[in-house]
Write a protein that binds this ligand. Structure first.
Ligand SMILES: O=P(O)(O)OC[C@H]1O[C@H](O[C@H]2O[C@H](CO)[C@@H](O)[C@H](O)[C@H]2O)[C@H](O)[C@@H](O)[C@@H]1O
Ligand SMILES: [Mg+2]
Length: 914
């Protein structure tokens, strides 16, 4: 199958008209980790001669209950065939290696020492060599964990290198803190770069896995911040795919998100999706705002449904990405079934009896800084201080799940100190008012505590969706003798859950006095008040069933709509493919816009001068005699000559949006507008001057032909307002004068209509590459007799703005002509080597076939072509082996050989011990 110029391995036509079914009925769920823990069973199973796959145990893991219950419900749904792709998590090698050469009483001390040395080295070097057969056996075993009638197929992502925690590092140590309003300490960034490298590879491993099973019409559902790059990696491969990204965690204000060094790459990665969904409107709004500020995206807002939910359309890279919210829920049916059994009734009775005469406040949180355990304890201490009448009458049972966070020990210490302080002040020999359990508790104990509780207290300072709150309200909805029906919930207003349980007693966890008052209020509520509150909350608990159904319903609608022409998504440029085509071609033409493409946009137009890096890369490109480079800009001749032409005469230049041209290696400029009446300039300048007076900070750039009104330094709202006013005024007479009015980046430009960047592109492409440009007074005519082998065979055209669309559409038109004229002239990838690529997302729609995020990515991409930047630095599409090494690299081969050797030794050792 041929690859098209954006690198999808679907035929080009399939990007235009969907070839597969709109929806296939299959969901590919990409989750950060499979819902199982995998580890060695025991060291003896192999010795017993059992099947090697029996050495492994796989057990369901707790945590992330919303996501896991969604996976299980979809598995049982008659409407969908579910595929789950997920990392195995850290595989526990257990004691596996001690039996390679078990200590043999017959051996000498020296031999035994040798053995243990050998074994410990093995363990340290790579405890996780699994042969292909073992991996297959484990995958089958994972599959068989599910019941036989299920329709869920599990596809493990194996990443078996040493230090398996590396795969989490960037997500957990860099992204997670920013999402939770925590700023990391300043650093030289070296370690972060290593983590980033692993993060990219982690995402790429998923992309490779999806590619193995993807069929047109599948819905790909990517979950959470470990996989932010995956949507874009998939978009590069499957231009037509229906991709959703659901962000389970909170999304921060841009003031925090923008502190991440990889902020643009992360946003860019997510925006490969058709839909980006959050737990609530607030998070979605922050995301939209971040995209506007960091990527220069535009957005429109719709109020979509009767529930008053907001929905945005972000125009990113030429396509519309839906941004909305849909809170995850819990499986209320299952919870009620599990929480109300005879066994749990008995456990509730026991708990109640243990704290007879006392009210039970319950909390269960992960022990990290954002779950607010410290705040909770401080508030409880204040409560006992403020309300002495409650002393000895209330107990706080706090279950804190351990974490491996860097600061876990410090936090544990702080929590222990607080618990000790409260218990020593307000407790006695018989009773400690805080019962703190720093552990995971089994599900039955958890349900028993939820049922026994008189109050649930959640004081997190930041979370996406707190399922404990939802589970508590669910359990309290049932009235039984032991259940303490309708007991209330005190909930932090900073928890994502507060946006769905708006009726709960909401508190600011930073205000210990307010929380104390809320505890008092909750504990003093009458039965009637409690029942009313519970009724209100229970009706709002989102269920996983509804979440799945609504989410997928919307995705189906998006899949159906995406076929309409106005909602195409432009994928990221496939740089490996670009590089391949570049190397395989000789007659190469580069057509570059300048501002916003080769240089970043800055406040002052005069300050946007070329960087040393740009010169270095352009010089290297131009040094290859097969390359011809043109800068096609809105800038005037003076600027282009001064900053580019004088330093690199080998560049071709076009100024003022196609009004002037200077041929490659020539000195003189040619004016293509000599025959045009220029009296319009005065009229346009007058109108612009009037608007300038009304818009402080704005100014007019008067070029030889074109005029540009700039408002970047004006107040943004005022600038936008007067820009549209100016455009409307100019549009009123532009057509009659043969002018075009263009809205650019914080500017409004006017030039004669008959010249544009597209006309220049037409002239350059329909021209024997390397020959002098000829001009005559009759204007430019296409010479269709030029043989294909003298025309360019690689054209990279880059531009960021509205005016650059003329270049892209010209290339698209020429491509169509060539399809007819040179049907056999395609390259080995099945196209003509045309790469119309937009930079960023200033214009809402683009006819470009691919995008690059910003000028930095442009330079990286050009650097890639001249060998300055490695493929990896230029980001994306590196195939990995199962251990996370780059496929076919030296380290991959070494690792493979070591694995084979290891397995041989192991087998021999097992034989010996039998
Ligand atoms: O076709 P281009 O090479 O992209 O040039 C388009 C216009 O770019 C310049 O203005 C823009 O860039 C400035 C510097 O970053 C920025 O301050 C301004 O807000 C942008 O509109 C230039 O001044 C114009 O003459 C070009 O037509
Ligand atoms: Mg530009």
């Amino acid at each position: 199958m041929s690859e098209n110029t954006n690198g999808s391995n679907q035929p080009e036509s399939s990007q235009q008209d969907s070839t597969g079914p709109v929806v296939s009925g299959r969901i590919i769920n990409c989750v950060p980790q499979l819902p199982y823990r995998i580890g060695r069973n025991d060291k003896y199973s192999a010795l017993r001669g059992d099947d090697p796959s029996d050495e492994w145990i796989m057990e369901p893991i707790s945590g992330n209950s919303a996501l896991h219950s969604s996976l299980y419900l979809l598995r049982d749904s008659p409407d969908w065939e579910e595929h789950v792709i997920g990392w195995t998590g850290e595989i526990d090698p257990g004691n596996a290696f001690s039996y390679i050469a078990p200590t043999d009483p017959q051996k000498t001390a020296e031999e035994a020492t040798e053995d243990s040395k050998y074994n410990s080295q093995e363990l340290n070097e790579d405890p996780l060599y699994l042969s292909k057969e073992q991996k297959r056996a484990m995958a089958e075993k994972l599959q068989s964990q599910e019941d036989s009638k299920n329709k869920m197929t599990v596809h493990p992502v194996w990443l078996l290198r040493r230090d398996q925690a590396r795969w989490r590092a960037f997500a957990e140590k860099v992204v997670w803190p920013a999402l939770h309003y925590i700023l990391n300490a300043p650093s030289d960034g070296q370690q972060e770069n290593t983590w980033w490298y692993d993060y990219v590879k982690f995402n790429e491993a998923y992309a490779a896995k999806v590619a193995q099973i993807y069929k047109p019409g599948d819905i790909i559902w990517v979950h959470d911040y470990y996989l932010m790059l995956l949507p874009q990696l998939l978009r590069m491969r499957f231009g037509d795919a229906v991709i959703a990204y659901f962000h389970h965690a909170p999304w921060p204000s841009n003031e925090y998100f923008r502190c991440l060094s990889k902020r643009k790459q992360l946003l860019d990665g997510i925006l490969g999706s058709n839909r980006v969904c959050f737990q609530n409107d607030g998070f979605a709004r922050h995301f939209v705002s971040g995209c506007k500020r960091l990527l220069d995206s535009t957005s429109t807002k719709n109020r979509t449904n009767t529930k008053g939910k907001d929905e945005w359309l972000i125009s990113a890279y030429g396509g519309d990405v839906v941004v909305d919210s849909s809170p995850t829920g819990v499986n209320t049916e299952l919870i009620l079934r599990k929480a109300f059994t005879a066994d749990i009734d008995a456990k509730v009775e026991t708990i109640k009896a243990a704290y007879e005469g006392k009210k039970i406040i319950f909390g269960r949180d992960r022990l990290d800084t954002v779950r607010g355990v410290v705040q909770k304890l401080q508030a409880f201490e204040s409560f006992l201080a403020m309300y002495p009448e409650w002393r000895n009458k209330v107990v706080l049972i706090q279950v804190s799940r351990p974490t491996s966070a860097d600061n876990a020990l410090k936090l544990e210490q702080q929590v222990n100190d607080l618990v000790n302080s409260i218990n020593s002040q307000y407790g006695s020999l018989n009773f400690a008012p805080v019962q703190h359990y720093h552990m995971r508790i089994p599900e039955d104990v958890y349900y028993s505590l939820l049922r026994a509780a008189d109050l649930c207290l959640i004081t997190s300072v930041r979370d996406g969706m707190n399922t404990t709150a939802l589970e508590y309200v669910t359990v309290k909805s049932r009235s039984t003798k032991e259940n303490c029906y309708a007991n209330p919930l005190v909930l932090s207003e900073f928890s994502g859950t507060s946006t769905v349980l708006k009726g709960a007693i909401l508190v600011n966890p930073w205000d210990a006095v307010a929380v104390s008052k809320a505890i008092k209020k909750a504990l003093s509520m009458t039965t009637q008040e409690k029942a009313t509150l519970e009724k209100k909350l229970w009706s709002k608990v989102p269920t996983t069933q509804d979440w799945n159904a609504n989410f997928l319903k919307r995705m189906v609608a998006i899949a159906e709509k995406k076929d309409s022409e106005d909602s195409k998504i432009t994928p990221a440029l496939n740089r490996p493919l670009l590089l391949r085509t570049y190397h395989a071609s000789k007659r190469r033409l580069f057509l570059f816009d300048y501002d916003g493409t080769l240089t970043p946009i800055v406040q002052d137009p005069a300050a946007a001068i070329p960087s040393a890096k740009l010169f270095r890369i352009l010089s290297k490109l131009a040094a290859d005699p097969n390359n011809q480079i043109w800068i096609i800009s809105g800038r005037d001749q003076k600027f282009l000559s001064k900053w580019l032409g004088s330093r690199m005469p080998q560049l071709g230049l076009s100024a003022e949006h196609g009004c002037f041209m200077k041929d490659v290696a020539a000195e003189e400029w040619v004016n293509l507008t000599t025959k045009f009446d220029m009296s319009w300039q005065e009229k346009v300048a007058d109108v612009m001057d009037q608007i300038t007076v009304q818009t402080p900070g704005s100014f007019v750039e008067k070029k030889k032909v074109a005029l540009t009104w700039h408002y970047r330094r004006a107040d943004p709202e005022q600038g936008e307002f007067f820009a549209s006013k100016l455009k409307a005024t100019l549009d009123g007479f532009a057509n009659d004068l043969g002018l075009e009015v263009m809205e650019g980046k914080a500017n409004v430009e006017v030039r004669p209509k008959f010249v544009n960047k597209g006309e220049i592109v037409k002239r350059l492409v329909w021209h024997p590459l390397g020959e002098k440009q000829l001009y005559d007074d009759e204007g430019f005519k296409i010479d269709e007799s030029i043989p294909k082998n003298r025309l360019p065979e690689f054209i990279l055209c880059l531009g960021d703005d509205f005016t650059d669309e003329d270049m892209f559409s010209q290339l698209n038109d020429i491509e169509k002509v060539w399809e007819k004229k040179f049907p056999d002239g395609k390259n080995e990838c099945g196209h003509y080597g045309f790469y119309p690529v937009t930079v960023g997302s200033a214009s809402k729609k683009t006819v470009a076939k691919a995008h690059l995020t910003d000028p930095q990515q442009v330079l990286d991409t050009l650097g890639l072509l001249v060998g300055d930047v490695s493929l990896f630095q230029s980001a994306g599409t590196v195939d990995l082996d199962d251990r996370g090494h780059i496929k076919d690299s030296e380290s991959s081969m070494k690792s493979e050989q070591a694995g084979v050797a290891y397995n041989m030794r192991r087998t021999a050792s097992l034989k010996d011990s039998n």
